[in-house]
Design a binder for this molecule. Structure first.
Ligand code: ZN
Length: 118
């Protein structure tokens, strides 16, 4: 199943990656702004303090995931610039539009991803 991307497909995926990058960047900026707003003052009950801490913890975990995803998306955009995009660096096969359409940031083909355990 070796299918090279057409220019149209590349343009489409590139636009989606750029959009994803913008969305993630904006989301992370918002998360940074929010992380300072959880105030654990004495007027809070013990339970709501725990709630606030838990929410802060969740927000941090989400920010970590978003950062990781942003890195992957930016890596894909770099590969577009260097004409490496769409090719699996492990086996050298074309990743294929079908898979990239589902996950534009996918760095590896499906087979290599499965061999890597995810
Ligand atoms: Zn591969």
């Amino acid at each position: 199943m070796s299918e090279e991307l057409t220019q149209d497909q590349l343009t489409l995926l590139s636009a989606r990656l750029t959009h994803e990058q913008d969305t993630l960047s904006a989301g992370l900026k918002g998360a940074d702004d929010r992380s300072g707003t959880v105030e654990l003052d004495g007027s809070m009950g013990r339970l709501s303090r725990m709630d606030a801490l838990q929410q802060q913890e969740m927000a941090l975990a989400q920010a970590r995931q978003a950062k990781q995803r942003l890195k992957t998306v930016q890596g894909a955009l770099r590969r577009i610039e260097t004409d490496d995009y769409g090719w699996c660096p492990d086996c050298g096969e074309a990743i294929g539009f079908k898979r990239l359409n589902a996950r534009p940031e996918a760095p590896f083909c499906l087979i290599c991803t499965q061999q890597r355990g995810g």
